[in-house]
Write a protein that binds this ligand. Structure first.
Ligand SMILES: [Zn+2]
Length: 154
């Protein structure tokens, strides 16, 4: 998914955490948005970027557990925001949910099934162009944006 989808979904996650009393300040908002959107920073360094350790759910479970020494709220925020990222990434393509133990990818692969692009060799800009030509992706993004607006209003 694209950054705006991750941003919207992270805002939804933060709002839900906030409502149950876990995320209560601007730092928590920064953490949830930073992780939820920032995981894709690996696109700069690794090709295909979803094989990097930043896209391993286990990485964020470990990070969350490490931060539990400061506060268990950090653990919830880190794990919830990263899992939110991976859930969205599992819709368009797939995620290596069991990495590094297994490099089998799981997901709905809505785009991956019909894509002729190769994550090992094709350019990021080609993936972006393909993404925005797919009305299903646009529909999912619009749904997320509407959900964020509704949650912010309520
Ligand atoms: Zn991602």
């Amino acid at each position: 998914m694209m950054p705006e989808a991750h941003f919207a979904f992270s805002l939804i996650i933060w709002n839900l955490l906030h409502r149950i009393g876990i995320a209560s300040d601007y730092l928590s908002l920064f953490i949830v948005l930073g992780i939820g959107v920032g995981i894709d920073i690996d696109v700069i360094f690794v090709k295909p970027h979803r094989i990097s350790f930043l896209h391993y759910p286990l990485t964020w479970i470990i990070v969350g557990l490490i931060f539990s020494f400061l506060s268990v709220e950090y653990t919830y925020m880190i794990i919830a925001s990263s899992l939110g990222h991976f859930i969205l990434d599992s819709i368009d393509w797939s995620v290596y949910w069991l990495a590094p133990f297994s490099m089998r990818n799981f997901g709905l692969k809505i785009q991956e099934k019909n894509s002729k692009l190769d994550p090992h060799s094709d350019k990021l800009v080609d993936f972006i162009k393909e993404y925005y030509k797919d009305m299903r992706m646009i529909l999912i993004e619009m749904t997320l944006l509407i959900m964020v607006l509704m949650i912010c209003i309520i």
